[in-house]
Design a protein around this ligand. Structure first.
Ligand code: JFZ
Length: 479
């Protein structure tokens, strides 16, 4: 071998040698980067991963104006109405004195969530306006000082738990009511005020974890301010403190920034927190967007309304849309969390009630294709999505093909399958061998009887026998 060739070969060798450990990551020595590489493997996280479907509830003082003030209409997200120029801040900050949700019935909410098929729920303990639905001892701006007086958070935690639904606590770092809150620090005074705000925030979080110890996780929001991002050491220490206080606690990627101000993913590209929390009213297109991480997608029924808004403008999703999003999320190893915005009296609006019922009816029949299910490494097909649990693959058909043929390809070393049936009634279906393609993939097709009627998506179960030689699965390759 010529010297030059040898040199190049050596260089290539070195380069490849480096690849497995490094992959696409850079390796800055970060003080406040991720605490862990790869997924959590403990039971609490596994439980969360298996939920599939969750419920979000945005409920607070903003539900009283419901997107209107003094005859004027606020088109933004209802829970942001305090920030609207037409909204007198003094008046908003006194609205809590009228908060008396006489229609609120935690049991009813929890039963409804249970019937929808939600395995967990996220409740806004405090949104950006700063109002607390629990009697925090660190501020007067709480439920305790409303005509309602009772601890709403406790009622919710208890009722949902009774239904076997895990509770996670939404908490906004932005707090428009606290005198020390700043979005950025410009002066010495700001800096002093913010010290007080940090102590207050820490106190409230420790208070929540102490008083509601059965909560499974914290869902953070309003963490994008420069003032908060710059506090990476404080926030990192706080995360450690909370995890010590509450072993198993689940926190998403929207809490901390690293020392370079990078959020969600640190400057090495590694996820911070237990799951990716950036899929807000948005979904990954393919498993490649997920990078092997856990994730959730939180979704509104109308376009962008979380809190109660009396008028929903724009497209309002159907139960079919939401069922499809649930399946799509699960097919890519994520959880789908549907938002509800009860009104100022605590009633859940009729549209949301109807959607929850329709989703629940579908879940009653098709739950096996959701809970505990995961991604399947098969080519995406136009008719819908694959999910999998154990030796069962679920073919979730959203677009029934004109020829009624549900086709799929299995890589040449992939699983064997001989048994297929409808999930709904267990009626057997024939799996026809469609031969092989040029790459030696096995082609299969399942004929849906033309007489079979379905107004929503339907699921076909495929029982499979894995090939121990099969090393092509995505999970093995990328997690
Ligand atoms: C935030 C809040 O401002 C909003 O009111 C609601 O509570 C929602 C769940 O969270 O809004 C966001 C936060 C992040 C993104 C978009 C809206 N984002 O990352 O695209």
């Amino acid at each position: 071998m010529k010297r030059k060739t040898l040199f190049i070969a050596l260089l290539l060798g070195l380069f490849c040698w480096d690849l497995p450990a490094q992959s696409k990551r850079s390796s800055l020595n970060l003080e406040h980067g991720t605490h862990r590489l790869g997924k959590r493997t403990d039971a609490e996280m596994q439980r969360w991963r298996e939920h599939g479907l969750g419920q979000f509830i945005h409920w607070g003082i903003y539900a009283i104006p419901g997107g209107h003030w003094n005859g004027k209409y606020y088109g933004g997200a209802a829970e942001w109405i305090r920030s609207w120029k037409e909204m007198p801040k003094e008046e908003y900050d006194n609205l809590y004195k009228q908060f008396n949700p006489t229609d609120f019935d935690a049991q009813h909410w929890a039963k409804m969530a249970k019937n929808m098929g939600a395995k967990y729920m996220i409740i806004t303990t405090k949104h950006h306006d700063g109002f607390c639905i629990w009697p925090s001892k660190y501020t007067n701006y709480t439920i305790k000082n409303t005509p309602y007086k009772k601890d709403i958070l406790k009622e919710i935690v208890d009722a949902y738990q009774q239904q076997g639904i895990d509770v996670h606590l939404y908490f906004s770092i932005i707090d428009w009511n606290h005198a020390g809150y700043r979005s950025s620090i410009k002066t010495k005074e700001d800096s002093i005020a913010y010290q007080g705000f940090k102590a207050f925030t820490r106190n409230q979080l420790l208070e929540l974890l102490t008083n509601y110890p059965t909560a499974k996780g914290l869902w953070f929001d309003g963490t994008w301010d420069k003032a908060w991002v710059d506090e990476c050491k404080f926030v990192d220490d706080l995360e450690t403190e909370m995890r010590l206080l509450h072993p198993g606690l689940i926190i998403g990627s929207r809490f901390r920034a690293d020392e370079f101000g990078k959020r969600h993913f640190d400057s090495n590209g590694d996820l911070m927190g237990d799951y990716e929390q950036g899929w807000e009213r948005n979904m990954p297109n393919s498993i490649d967007d997920i990078n092997g991480n856990d994730w959730d997608c939180v979704m509104t029924v109308p376009e962008n309304q979380w809190g109660y808004h009396s008028d929903w403008k724009g497209y309002v999703k159907t139960s079919s849309d939401l069922i499809e999003m649930t399946v799509k999320a699960v097919s890519m190893n994520g959880n789908f969390v549907l938002n509800f915005g009860p009104d100022g009296k605590g009633a859940i609006r009729p549209e949301e009630t109807k959607l929850a019922e329709e989703i629940g009816q579908w879940m009653d029949v098709n739950r096996d294709a959701i809970y505990g299910c995961e991604y399947v490494n098969l080519k995406k097909e136009g008719w819908g999505y694959f999910t999998k649990k154990g030796n069962k693959i679920y073919l979730c058909v959203f677009n029934r093909p004109m020829d009624n043929m549900i086709k799929f390809e299995v890589p040449k070393n992939g699983f064997k399958t001989t048994k297929a049936y409808f999930l709904a009634d267990k009626k057997a279906l024939n799996i026809a061998d469609g031969g092989k393609d040029k790459q030696n993939n096995k082609l299969y097709q399942i004929a849906v009887p033309p007489t079979y009627s379905s107004d929503k998506a339907f699921v076909i179960v495929l029982e499979i026998e894995e090939n121990p030689e099969d090393n092509s699965t995505y999970q093995q390759a990328r997690t």
